[in-house]
Design a protein around this ligand. Structure first.
Ligand code: HEM
Length: 458
């Protein structure tokens, strides 16, 4: 077939194609730009999420989320985003963010079919996921069943003595600072961080990491975890990139990218080795690892030896920063407010004078300190430990969220910093630390607690 006509030699279709191809290769950047524009138009205007408001950049790429996470305070971006655009906002081509507390419950309640997204697959080690990183729903449920006993309140209370021994260490350190001649200021935040890690070491495998004893971040361990979580938060928004970065086989040859076998992992492995063989008649300790070993013995097929390690080790990562951050928020808010501090101190002193408190206050005794509980809930509400979005996928057939239907396969996200600032539920003064809101009306307090991110939804 020939095209063209007139005086010169006619150009065949094949030649025309080759000319176009050559032009495209020579000007590949124009082609790329055109492809990008075409893809952006498709994502922006021909998507099932077209009608939802949000930043333009978010509707055409995941760059908005990546930039927001990398800036380090994505929680504030999300508060501003919802105040600007409303309760449901498009934050990526295939992702919506929800502001309502009911939406958070609908999305996160176990058993409704909302699976974890590939965000979680970025958290190491991918070949042996723990409860937090496991994205296959049925495997997640299996692991969670075994972990239910060690994670129960009764098991935690059984560990009180070991936790008290760590409290004793922190107390001795703080008493030492208070009575020292120099009266040098200390960074309470750091000490609470050391304390949280040592407590988790005791709870998970009866070992102190030694942060409190040494008084510093031993082997830069906490720093390594912080860096790793920073990476996970950002790359989790674009999980495919992980293959070229942390999972790139070449990275072990790049000095600054190679990871060391961190102290916590080494100690967990050593502890695991010490407890082998896991014979049923061999006495296992009453810590998390010991209880998981018993779970493994009951069902070695479904809860493998690797799962024992992954879940015990994962607890350190899931539990230490979150409790440290909560304690830091609690003290930061209380200590900066003299009236709150005075009221709290009086409640504790009065209870002690009545003989209602042990030397190491028990969990049950602490439940009766109403103002203390209100301060704690208010810290958890105002400054939740998890600042990044929690994301799930809508089940294949679609599902209702906060009374409206959403199509299957769409990613849906909630951020505790946003839902905990719902004015209809928490009052107009949501940005203020005001523990009294928890003590004014019992029914309202119950409702507020129901929608708090610290309440288990399983
Ligand atoms: C004040 C303390 C804590 C807060 C505020 C907190 C908060 C959270 C939140 C918001 C999630 C959901 C994250 C997501 O799905 O992306 C979560 C999950 C989880 N947390 Fe905590 N946490 C705390 C303490 C702990 C502790 C002490 C442990 C372990 C000993 C722990 C272990 C876990 C695990 C294993 C998961 C995954 C659960 C699942 O996916 O089924 N957390 N936590």
């Amino acid at each position: 077939m020939e095209i063209g006509g007139g005086s010169g030699r006619e150009v065949t279709l094949r030649e025309q194609f080759i000319i176009t191809l050559r032009y495209a290769v020579q000007h590949f950047y124009i082609v790329l730009a055109l492809l990008f524009v075409a893809r952006s138009i498709k994502r922006r205007y021909f998507s099932q999420l077209y009608k939802y408001p949000g930043p333009f950049l978010a509707s055409i790429s995941r760059a908005w989320k990546v930039i927001s996470t990398a800036r380090g305070h994505t929680e504030h971006d999300f508060i501003d985003l919802h105040r600007k655009y409303g309760p449901v906002v498009r934050i990526a081509p295939n992702e919506l963010s929800f502001a309502s507390p009911q939406a958070a419950r609908d999305i996160l309640t176990a058993g409704r079919g909302f699976h974890k997204t590939d965000f979680y697959g970025v958290f190491p080690p991918p070949e042996n996921p723990d409860i937090f990183t496991e994205t296959r729903e049925h495997v997640h449920a299996q692991k969670k069943r075994v972990a239910a006993t060690p994670y129960s309140m009764a098991s935690m209370l059984n560990q009180s003595d070991r936790i008290d021994s760590v409290i004793q260490m922190l107390r001795a350190k703080l008493d030492g600072f208070a009575s020292s001649e120099t009266k040098k200021p200390i960074d309470l935040g750091n000490w609470l961080h050391y304390f949280a890690f040592d407590v988790l070491g005791e709870v998970a495998f009866s070992r102190l990491f030694g942060f409190l004893d040494q008084g510093y971040d031993v082997e830069g361990c906490i720093r390594t975890i912080d860096d790793s979580q920073w990476y996970n938060g950002i790359i989790g928004q674009i999980p495919f990139a992980d293959r070229f970065l942390r999972r790139n086989p070449l990275r072990q040859f790049v000095p600054f990218m190679a990871t060391k076998n961190a102290l916590i992992t080494r100690m967990a492995l050593a502890e695991m080795d010490k407890r082998k063989p896991f014979a049923a008649d061999k006495e296992q300790k009453g810590d998390l690892m010991g209880m998981l070993i018993r779970g493994h013995e009951r069902d070695p097929e479904r809860f493998r030896e690797g799962d024992v390690f992954a879940v015990a080790h994962g607890a350190i990562f899931a539990g230490s920063d979150s409790t440290a951050s909560t304690m830091q928020s609690f003290f930061s808010e209380v200590l900066r407010r003299p009236p709150v501090y005075a009221k709290l101190q009086k409640e504790i002193s009065d209870a002690a004078a009545r003989g209602d408190l042990s030397d190491y206050i028990t969990w049950q005794e602490a439940q009766k300190l109403d103002y203390f509980q209100a301060c704690l809930k208010e810290a958890l509400r105002l400054r939740p430990a998890v600042g990044v979005n929690i994301t799930r996928v809508v089940p294949p057939g679609g599902a209702d969220i906060d009374g409206k239907w959403y199509p299957g396969g769409v990613n849906v996200a909630v951020n505790a910093w946003v839902t905990h600032r719902d004015t209809a539920l928490f009052g107009e003064d949501v940005d203020t630390f005001r523990p009294e809101r928890w003590l004014e009306d019992k029914d309202k307090a119950r409702l507020m607690e129901k929608y708090g991110f610290w309440v288990s939804l399983s």
